[in-house]
Write a protein that binds this ligand. Sequence first.
Ligand code: HEM
Ligand code: HEM
Length: 205
Amino acid sequence: MNATDRKVLVWDLPVRVGHWLLATCFVVAWLTGESEEWRLVHVLAGGGAVGVVLFRLLWGLFGSRYALFVDFISGPRAAWCYLKSLLGSKPMHCVGHNPAGGWAIVALLGLALVAGATGWTVYQDIGGEWLAELHEGAANAMLLVVLIHLAGVLVGSLAHRENLVRPMLTGRKDGGAGDGILGSRPVAAMLLLAWVAAVAWWMSL
Ligand code: HEM
Ligand code: HEM
């Protein structure tokens, strides 16, 4: 966890492409949810979000170092210590996700799955009104966590005096020698794109 001036490759391509795909799918799904006219676009965007999340679950087990769940999922104590350190003069720096951000990621992935699954049942006319209610609730809860996520990125960037958004585009972040991952895994990123298209199409049938 030593910050240096050096930039090392931290986020592989599946993490970066998956992130911006999920963010886009969420925004499109959110904006089109209430419109009958935009239903197909809504379902494709929502289905795309589900595709990204399903891939991300596998990538959390088999992906590169900082994509792994074991790297960023930790107990509430670690998240609390991190948040407290932000108030001090030496905030804890993490090369990968910080422990508080890790919790937000789990919540975002989980809520996207609940929203996607319940949306699909409503679309297929399976189940009752409660599933539509749950769908709306999961989407609203996800919006709340997205806003917390954005606030976290802003606060983290200010506290560490490091733009955290740029690494989600370039993959490179402050780190020490030996902290970087070896490659950006472009083939896995291509598979992700094909998989997301397939899941979105299947969910729209
Ligand atoms: C709008 C919906 C969004 C969703 C659902 C979302 C979701 C996520 C998820 C799941 C991750 C973890 C990435 C991974 O390990 O695979 C993440 C990380 C990240 N997101 Fe977002 N995101 C959204 C929007 C944004 C936006 C608009 C920005 C930039 C302004 C942003 C900046 C970041 C950054 C910088 C990280 C890495 C945080 C770190 O350094 O640990 N996100 N986001
Ligand atoms: C991240 C994923 C998703 C988000 C954020 C989301 C969000 C929303 C929102 C905000 C609404 C409006 C709720 C209301 O005010 O009544 C809505 C409605 C709807 N969504 Fe989604 N959605 C997602 C995924 C899906 C998927 C994957 C499907 C289908 C395959 C789907 C099908 C529907 C349907 C059929 C409605 C209309 C429900 C009704 O008539 O009450 N959604 N969605």
